[in-house]
Design a protein around this ligand. Structure first.
Ligand code: SER
Length: 571
């Protein structure tokens, strides 16, 4: 059975049983700053568990299912072995007050044994502790479903899930094991864990299940590792094809295989992060992407003479495999390649530094210096050290890192003002273009349009706003034309610091960001009283819209219910 057949069967099974199929949310969680990336299928549904949103109203059902793209980087050091991954797809069914333990267990049992034709090894349930009692109900249900099934009882470590981030729904789990591996995690969200770690009972208990597609595919396809499934073997194969063609392999056997797995995993994660709008950068999320690309490059460089070309092949293969997403994956390689170009020469210089280290321990200071001055993430330093039989003082590195973070925190806070990554000339232009776009959208779509998020890099702007429907081609065209008309009018851009009341009276829009004394700063585009846009903002902006060039919307898509996202460029 192919992975795609598994995906289809999963969705069809739950759709037939009254579940609405919901698309995967972005890997970059919206409106949930407690986590860096989407790590579980339930994350986009958090508001439904706590009664903040109504699933009936939004999805027409209290029960939903999805295949969620997830990124988890906590085990990044382990990638390269037989099972660890940083990106995976999670098959999940969820209920917000529709059904509970009985149905959830019956569904899972039927899907695994009948649809997938697999034999369950054993299942586990929560054995109870001083805060939450044992889940005897699940045990009884399992026994009723199959009197021969072995039910093991585990503690909080194994059979209690959540929350993601520092608060949210959580609860006891029951898990299905096949060939000794946990295949399906079924969570009964009965509690809400608060920031202070205390629990509250949720008014309506919910179900949240998650099953990793890669692991399931490995089991069904009866292969030795996840890298031998149809999700990964084409990527490993494309490395091999390239190596054969290039005619020279620098390392062989296990070390080469280890590197190929890292390349396949890290490139797949990078492609999907980029598809969701992330670009490599020094900020937290962007830095994870930077690390993944750099490490993939390091390992490609370890096995072949032209590492960039090898990564290009793998990237292309990923885009081919995830055909449905191909439109969204366009342009991914350009971003990867740009990062590689930045890194190439510093990797060489960084590697040379190792020859100068006389002891067989890389000190924390040195590891940090390699990061600061040569762009070597700790993971790569560890990789090089292990090749040379050296070790790295990781605790020392972390200490240095923390010291540095504290020093630069004040600066960093300034830097990310207004969603700007940096204050380069291009980012500033995109910032002004964002104000034009915001107002243009309000003119074209209506006054309900408000900014929900903004992210600006020197390459593009990304703007999230409230609007209930997909924009029509006509609306997109009108918006583009309006922005371009305002650019052509060569409007002056200026700011004033005025009392908040007055700013509101004059109709300033946007998120109120900064206060200068008891006044707020507003930027206007155009002459006072006949301005096109008036927006709360700390700047910086260009002096005149004529500086912007031509504005083009390259993508318009949904972010979540009622929120749309535009990506646009200046040409
Ligand atoms: N939230 C649980 C998990 O991530 C089940 O979906 O494992």
């Amino acid at each position: 059975m192919t992975s795609d057949e598994i995906r289809k069967k999963f969705l069809a099974f739950f759709e037939k049983r009254g579940h609405a199929i919901i698309p995967s949310a972005s890997l970059i969680p919206e409106g949930d700053s407690s986590v860096l990336f989407t790590t579980a299928g339930m994350q986009q549904f958090k508001p439904y568990y706590i009664g903040k949103k109504d699933a009936m109203a939004d999805f027409g059902s209290k029960n939903v299912c999805s295949i969620q793209k997830c990124v988890r980087t906590s085990d990044i050091d382990e990638v390269g072995d037989e099972s660890h991954l940083t990106f995976f797809e999670m098959l999940g069914n969820f209920s917000f007050g529709g059904y509970f333990k009985e149905e959830a267990i019956l569904f899972a049992h039927e899907f695994i044994t009948k649809e997938m034709g697999l034999a369950i090894d054993y299942v586990s349930v929560f054995g109870g502790d001083d805060m939450v009692s044992a889940d005897n109900e699940s045990e009884e249900i399992w026994k009723r479903v199959d009197s021969n099934i072995e039910v093991r009882k585990f503690g909080r470590e194994d059979n209690f899930w959540g929350p993601t981030g520092d608060e949210g729904p959580c609860g006891p789990t029951t898990e299905i094991y096949i060939d000794g591996i946990e295949i399906w995690n079924i969570v009964f969200n009965e509690y809400y864990q608060k920031k202070d770690k205390t629990f509250e009972k949720l008014p309506t208990p919910g179900v949240d299940t998650g099953m990793g597609l890669e692991r399931l595919a490995k089991t069904i396809q009866k292969v030795a590792t996840v890298f031998d499934t149809d999700l990964y073997s084409p990527l490993i194969e494309s490395c091999d094809v390239y190596i054969r063609r290039a005619g020279r392999e620098r390392v062989h056997g296990d070390p080469a295989l280890h590197s190929k797995r890292i390349i396949a995993d890290h490139m797949r994660t990078s492609v999907f992060l980029i598809a969701d709008g992330l670009v490599p950068s020094p900020d937290e999320r962007g830095y994870v992407l930077r690390k993944l690309i750099r490490r993939a490059y390091f390992h490609a460089n370890r096995i072949v003479e032209s590492p960039g070309m090898l990564l290009g092949q793998v990237c292309k293969k990923i885009v081919d495999i995830y055909g449905d997403d191909s439109r969204r994956l366009d342009g991914t390689w350009e971003i990867v390649n740009e990062e590689i170009e930045k890194f190439k020469s510093s990797l060489k210089r960084g590697e040379n530094q190792f020859d100068k280290i006389s002891s067989n321990i890389v000190s924390g200071k040195k590891a940090f210096d390699l990061l600061q001055n040569f762009g070597l993430p700790l993971e790569i330093t560890k990789d090089i050290a292990s090749e040379k039989n050296m070790s790295v003082d990781v605790a020392g590195f972390e200490e240095e890192f923390k010291k540095h973070q504290e020093l630069s925190r004040a600066g960093a806070e300034k830097k990310f003002r207004g969603g700007l990554l940096d204050h380069s000339e291009m980012s500033v232009k995109y910032h002004t273009a964002t104000h034009l776009l915001h107002q243009a959208l309000r003119d074209v779509l209506g006054g309900h349009v408000l900014q929900k998020g903004s992210n600006i890099t020197p390459e593009r702007l990304r703007f999230d706003f409230s609007h209930g429907a997909k924009m029509t081609d006509e609306e997109i065209k009108k918006t583009e034309e309006l922005v371009n008309a305002k650019i052509a009018e060569a409007l002056p851009v200026s700011y004033e610091d005025i009392p908040l009341d007055e700013a509101k009276k004059r109709g300033a829009i946007g998120l109120f960001e900064e206060k200068y004394g008891d006044k707020v700063r507003v930027y206007q585009i155009g002459e006072r009283d006949s301005q096109f846009s008036l927006e709360f903002c700390g700047g910086p902006h260009v002096k005149n819209t004529a500086e912007l060039g031509r504005f083009r919307i390259v993508k318009e898509e949904a972010v979540s219910a009622g929120v749309r996202r535009i990506k646009a460029i200046l040409e």
